[in-house]
Design a protein around this ligand. Sequence first.
Ligand code: URA
Ligand code: SF4
Length: 211
Amino acid sequence: MGDARRPGTEEWVPEKGGLPVLREAVQGCRGCELWERATQAVFGDGGERARIMLVGEQPGDREDRTGEPFVGPAGRVLDEALRTAGIERDQVYVTNAVKHFRFEERGKRRIHKKPDVGHVTACRPWLEAELRAVDADVIVCLGATAARAVLERPVKIGEERGRVLDHDGRLVVVTVHPSAVVRLREAEERAVAVAGLAGDLRLASDAVRPD
Ligand code: URA
Ligand code: SF4
């Protein structure tokens, strides 16, 4: 793979108009090559006034088709963890570090392929625009790709979860990616993982500033 980053993503990112304008503009982004094979860009979903922003990795197969983040199997795990943590999905803004689906074709199936650091870097201006527009109190990074995108350094989730971090004046909590839970086969292991994810979400929710 060549250098995924091409200069000029910023040119596509409008400075005014908030989330609706950004959501429309992202469809025209050519900041890396991922737009070419994806169905559409999947922008974040949720209110401009959400106090918690959740950041995933990139859309999956379902998200690519529907245009909404976290609506497939990983989304179901996320919803379950949010429910356990006592957080409504409409209290949060949900997005991804990379807005287009990267995949490999195996027969008729499209298999998720992890984005390169270059894709995350190329897509960072969109995430930055969402961080600014929503201005949540707490950012939750779901998995290492999101953590790297938000904290702008490599992150080992196991070492840094369970506490509230500070980055550029933003409160940040890192946790596992819900897809890692989807892959667990044993019911007991899965329950422990969902509880862990829910615990980290509760930590984030407790860090929200009171009104
Ligand atoms: N995984 C992600 O990181 N994001 C989605 O939107 C779906 C699956
Ligand atoms: Fe642009 Fe991000 Fe899509 Fe690449 S993945 S084309 S940077 S929106």
